[in-house]
Design a protein around this ligand. Structure first.
Ligand code: ADP
Ligand code: MG
Length: 224
């Protein structure tokens, strides 16, 4: 059992992202435009409207997932309790997880793990990681979340018992629109890496196929 570790720092460049977004949004737009032409020519089928709606949904999802990256200058940054944020997100996600026979447990929540960040952005990071963990466990299982202080770093760990990632997937995660899922956007981890980097942190990934995956976020502890 070989364990793989990849440290991810400084991922996507703005240009790479812009090109990918343009590409990903153009496909559904082209399709919508084609169906509009059919509508004008009065050769629409009911099923075409469904496709149009799906394509619009796709663009909407991409837009909302990217919204959270925001402009660092226009968002409110404050000092927040990482333990409380992770606990809140676990409670939020648990309601969806029970249906999939998944239990989300938070443990080792230490007091005074404060970090400087925008609360909405950082919660989005935790949501994206727990969502991926949930999606990796098709037959249910346990997700463990913990928050601990190691010297001057707050460590947030999200551990799952899911299908894990082979090396070729590990190498590509975080690239915009890279997804192995049929209806995935491949934006979740890119958003995570960008937000964490924005606050001077790093994300480490350990994964073993058929065993599970551990994401560890390290962020500087906020000065009191
Ligand atoms: P999406 O979830 O839309 O596919 P993400 O950026 O969130 O996009 O994840 C990219 C890919 O990384 C996923 O498609 C999946 O292959 C892999 N992945 C991410 N998290 C996990 C995990 N906890 N376990 C297994 N695979 C994962
Ligand atoms: Mg995801």
């Amino acid at each position: 059992h070989q364990q793989l570790t990849i440290k991810t720092e400084k991922l996507s460049l703005a240009g790479q992202l812009a090109a990918s977004i343009a590409h990903e949004v153009r496909n559904p737009l082209t399709s919508i435009k084609g169906f509009m032409k059919l509508a004008r020519e009065d050769v629409m089928h009911d099923s075409y409207y469904t496709i149009i709606e799906e394509e619009i949904d796709r663009i909407e999802t991409i837009a909302s997932e990217l919204l959270v990256l925001g402009k660092p200058i226009s968002i409110e940054v404050g000092v927040h309790d990482a333990g409380k944020m992770v606990r809140d997100v676990c409670v939020l996600m648990q309601s969806q997880a029970v249906m999939r026979k998944i239990d989300i447990q938070f443990q080792d929540i230490e007091p005074a793990c404060f970090i400087s960040c925008n609360a909405g952005q950082m919660k989005q990071v935790f949501i994206n990681l727990i969502k991926n963990a949930t999606e990796a466990m098709e037959n249910g299982g346990v997700i463990r979340a913990s928050v601990r202080l190691y010297e001057d770093k707050v460590h947030v760990k999200i551990e799952d018992e899911g299908k894990g990632m082979p090396e070729h997937v590990l190498k590509k995660i975080g690239e915009p629109f890279y997804s192995t899922k049929e209806d995935g956007t491949g934006l979740g981890l890119m958003v995570c890496f960008n937000i964490v980097e924005q606050y001077g942190g790093t994300i480490e990934v350990k994964s073993e196929v058929n065993e599970g995956t551990v994401f560890t976020i390290q962020l500087p502890v906020a000065p009191c």
